[in-house]
Design a protein around this ligand. Structure first.
Ligand SMILES: NC(=O)c1ccc[n+]([C@@H]2O[C@H](COP(=O)([O-])OP(=O)(O)OC[C@H]3O[C@@H](n4cnc5c(N)ncnc54)[C@H](OP(=O)(O)O)[C@@H]3O)[C@@H](O)[C@H]2O)c1
Length: 286
């Protein structure tokens, strides 16, 4: 005969079931340029916060930085290889994820390039000599992030957060002063300005019910939040790359914490879609 259970055990059981229904739901976050700089720090922040990260890098062998992260956060890091200068590869990765129908909660297009790094070598006067760097910059900073985002739209619309984030650059706006303008390189400014305008246009497309991929996903598409975040001038390889200048905003760790807070605290919301914002969520004018 079965023994009757102590009623207090029922209370404990139901309390456990009740509270575990509010347990943290792991999100899936794809981050490009995840092997160093802001991308690596962001990957760690999300993994530490309990989320799963698809860490995208371009190397044949997994970078040591990502192997360490994988060991530190077991089960939290998935790797994908992608060189953003190869646009066919970008589309192929998108197709793979579309085929698998994996919901992606947040896509962070972080990878970027600043080349040539010295502003005095990256001018209008030198543009012809810099053609390979111009192409690399346009592919990496503008075309590939937009293509990847577009091809992953069905995965994003199935995600809980429906966020597409790009790392933008406040220096690549019309409204910067001459001091800042003189510190910028033309190939970088061209590519980031193209990115900023594309974010504005893509967010407008997403809000328009007449442009939906399909009727079935239309409501979800309209809920996608797409923004550019300017991290400020921070001390990553990119930020400290110039001999003539010093990062003025802060450390990469500080910027990463602010970006993470912005994305996960509810500050970043759909009303900001299409904008370029700073790490506090304030809109930056063109
Ligand atoms: N640091 C700043 O002061 C600053 C200011 C404004 C905006 N941003 C933006 O913030 C983002 C992150 O910058 P960061 O400072 O972290 O730069 P970073 O330290 O130079 O790191 C750049 C990352 O992008 C990856 N990457 C570059 N080209 C790639 C390609 N063709 N395919 C795949 N991955 C590629 C790099 O991979 P590899 O290791 O393989 O090269 C690296 O992981 C960039 O979009 C940048 O423009 C930075």
């Amino acid at each position: 005969m079965m023994k009757k259970l102590n009623p207090s055990l029922y209370v404990v059981f139901f309390a456990f079931a009740y509270f575990s229904s509010f347990a943290y739901a792991e999100r899936l976050v794809m981050i490009t340029g995840a092997n160093r700089g802001l991308g690596l720090l962001l990957s760690e922040q999300f993994a530490q916060g309990g989320d799963k990260v698809i860490a995208v890098h371009r190397h044949n062998e997994t970078p040591a930085s990502l192997n360490s992260l994988k060991t530190k956060y077991p089960g939290k890091i998935i790797m994908e290889k992608l060189d953003l200068t190869d646009l066919n590869e970008v589309i192929k990765l998108g197709e793979q994820y579309r085929h698998k129908k994996t919901p992606i909660d947040i896509l962070i297009n972080n990878a970027g390039i600043y080349s040539p790094r010295e502003p005095q070598n990256n001018t209008f006067q030198n543009l012809i000599q810099n053609l390979p760097q111009l192409e690399e910059s346009m592919h990496t900073n503008a075309e590939a992030p937009m293509l990847l985002s577009s091809s992953l739209l069905p995965n994003i619309t199935q995600g809980t957060e429906k966020m597409i984030i790009f790392l933008g650059s406040a220096g690549s706006r019309f409204s910067v002063d001459d001091n800042k303008r003189n510190r910028m390189g033309l190939t970088y400014v061209m590519s980031k300005s193209a990115l900023h305008k594309a974010i504005d246009q893509a967010a407008t497309d997403l809000k328009n019910p007449q442009k939906c991929l399909s009727q079935a996903t239309c409501k979800d598409e309209q809920q996608v939040t797409m923004v550019g975040i300017d991290p400020g001038w921070v001390d990553t390889d990119m930020g400290k790359g110039s001999k003539n200048s010093q990062p003025e905003t802060g450390t990469a760790e500080q910027a990463t914490k602010k970006i993470y807070q912005l994305i996960t605290s509810g500050t970043l919301n759909h009303t900001m879609s299409g904008q370029l914002i700073n790490t506090s969520g304030q809109k930056l004018d063109w």
